[in-house]
Ligand binder design. Structure first.
Ligand code: F6R
Length: 590
């Protein structure tokens, strides 16, 4: 959700610096933006609705070494220039940006109004600079005033507060992510590290319930509630700038789809001893649960089949947002496996808390190193996909599937066999994603781009992939798409099929192939334009998209052409696939 980026240090171009860094957080999704630079006794503020990358001539010529920038995802108050952050105190010496929700902002605002504070927006955020301003009248310094204000706020938030007089930046966190970049020339504080990757790869993490204060020369972390100082380690991150950039690709989504030529192999490259330890933990657990949201949830659903077919192990899937209703089934001996690209998804964090309250252990499968989920879990496996910037998750999904499949093989005592299968699959993906193949999918997108409905069917692990196909197509092309288990068609959805309705069948070469082909024949008989994603051609397919025969890794290869198709459907319909409407990359609010 909202992107946050602040800087304090010796550089004199802080305004331009935070604007540039903020553009690297655009993938988080937003509807307005704003920047504040400390100049003289106050702040120079520029803000507007729309995309910051589309603003020409947004320059900060003024010398400034304390600045903050923000992309806003509207929650309280509409999408207006006035509601965009930063918000200022009455005396204009305090600027604040915020991610999250201040639930009790109404009562605080009423109280502050009575004390003479004037509000210019409809946001919950605006109470923050005003309350800090009020607290500063009695607090010993700016950091103490921010602490006192934060202790009044209810809800989860991440805040950056800047103060001209003390030339300092204070950050506080109770829910949404914040990371500090430690540079030679100052400190960078952001909601994600692409904002400052160009300047430093040394980071420090601020945890929930903590705050920091920095004047650019030094930094002090402390407990938000008690004020007790907390020592922090410096950690080097290993993602490169190139990995986080588009290169020659027109969009991140296409680049990240293409990254799958290598990223699946990177996901498989896990410490074997650790995988075996985790497999044993799953084996010994009294109840294993798999949770995630959206695309990651579809990886969890596919894993139910992996565990069942490969390891004959029963695990329970639930969308993370539903998981707390399962708490009756949790025991101290239970295991929760959480899957998340960002490692920051609020519903997943909540599910982890539910499990921890019952004493259960948590295994996290994440992409973002050092994310909250990674740090709060008992065990962590990284999928090593590299930065995923497009809102639509692609390479993270195939990495998640690869890791889950590997664990299923380890559980069955066949880790080597699983690894060999996945490495072979990785080479097959590299061959498959050739320019001819991509052009073929582009042509298919041209044929169906004007259709308003699209249905996808699959069976076994291809059933969650049918649902995932629908997510991918919906979110970037805005075509109405739905994924079903092939066998469910005749229990309802087949009524939707008309002459030439495009339908996609995700097929493997396994015990359920005949069933899915039969379902495809049923669809064709009702007029469907059948597109088969399958290792073998079949006469029922009006269009055949060939995929390698990948055995139990079929889910991984079958979803990739759909990702490419979704990408081209978006582009051909004039949509920006990297920034779908109403969506955010990292959903840190519930
Ligand atoms: C869809 C998509 C989302 C995410 C979901 C979970 O393409 O990206 O459905 O999968 O919001 O996000 P993470 O994996 O970061 O927990």
């Amino acid at each position: 959700m909202c992107g946050i980026f602040g800087y304090v240090g010796t550089r004199k171009d802080a305004g331009a610096l935070v604007v540039e860094g903020l553009k690297n957080l655009e993938y988080r999704g937003y509807d307005s933006w704003g920047v504040a630079c400390s100049i003289g006794d106050g702040f120079l503020v520029k803000k507007d609705i729309g995309k910051i990358s589309e603003v020409n001539g947004l320059q900060f010529y003024e010398e400034c070494s304390l600045a903050v920038a923000h992309t806003r995802w509207a929650t309280h108050g509409g999408v207006t220039k006035e509601n965009a952050h930063p918000h200022l105190s009455c005396d204009k010496t305090i600027a604040v940006i915020h991610n999250g929700i201040i639930e009790n902002f109404g009562e605080i605002r009423d109280e502050l109004k009575k004390k003479g504070h004037t509000f210019v927006s409809e946001t919950d955020t605006e109470v923050i600079p005003h309350l800090i301003e009020e607290e500063l009248k009695t607090a010993e310094d700016f950091a103490a005033a921010v602490r006192k204000a934060c202790l009044r706020f209810e809800g989860r938030f991440a805040i950056l507060a800047l103060h001209t007089a003390s030339h300092s930046l204070v950050a506080a966190r109770t829910g949404s992510p914040l990371i500090v970049g430690v540079g030679k020339d100052g400190y960078y504080v952001a909601s994600d590290f692409p904002a400052f990757l160009k300047h430093t790869k040394t980071v420090q993490y601020i945890d929930n319930g903590e705050m920091l204060v920095t004047d650019g020369n030094s930094i002090i972390f402390s407990d938000l509630a008690t004020g007790v100082e907390k020592p922090k380690r410096e950690i080097e991150i290993n993602w490169s700038i190139e990995q986080a950039e588009k290169g020659d690709f027109e969009h991140f989504m296409l680049k990240e789809i293409m990254d799958q030529k290598e990223s699946v192999a990177r996901a498989v490259n896990q410490d074997e001893e650790q995988i075996m330890t985790l497999a044993k933990a799953i084996h010994d657990a009294k109840g294993t649960f798999l949770v995630g949201c959206g695309t990651a949830a579809k990886a969890c659903m596919a894993a139910e089949y992996f565990f069942s077919v490969i390891a004959e192990k029963h695990v329970n899937f639930a969308p993370a947002s539903e998981f707390k209703l399962y708490h009756h089934f949790l025991k101290p001996e239970s295991l929760l496996i959480v899957v998340s690209q960002s490692g920051e998804t609020a519903d997943v964090l909540d599910a982890m808390r539910v499990a921890k309250l019952k004493g259960a252990k948590v295994l996290a499968i994440v992409n973002v190193e050092g994310s909250t989920i990674a740090r709060e879990a008992d065990y962590t496996l990284r999928i090593n996909a590299g930065p995923e910037r497009a809102v639509a998750s692609t390479k993270a999904l195939t990495g998640q599937l690869a890791v889950l499949l590997l664990i299923a093989y380890a559980l069955a005592g066949k880790l080597r066999q699983g690894k060999t299968l996945l490495l072979e699959t990785s080479s097959q993906i590299a061959e498959m994603l050739n320019p001819r193949y991509v052009t073929r999918l582009k042509e298919l997108a041209e044929k169906i781009k004007n259709d308003e409905n699209l249905y996808i069917i699959g069976k076994s692990w291809n059933y969650p992939m049918a649902m995932e196909s629908a997510i991918k197509i919906q979110e970037v092309s805005y075509i109405h798409a739905e994924g079903f288990a092939g066998g469910e068609l005749k229990h309802g959805p087949i009524a939707l099929i008309e002459q030439d309705t495009p339908c996609i069948a995700l097929v493997g070469n396994d015990e359920v192939t005949t069933d899915v082909i039969t379902n495809s024949i049923e669809l064709k008989a009702r007029g469907a334009f059948m597109i088969g994603v399958a290792p073998k051609k079949h006469e029922v397919f009006a269009e055949w998209i060939k995929v390698p025969d990948a055995g139990p890794a079929q889910a991984i290869v079958n979803i990739i052409p759909i990702q490419v198709l979704a990408y081209f459907l978006a582009v051909k319909r004039g949509k920006n696939p990297d920034m779908p409407r109403n969506l955010a990359k990292s959903v840190t609010v519930k």
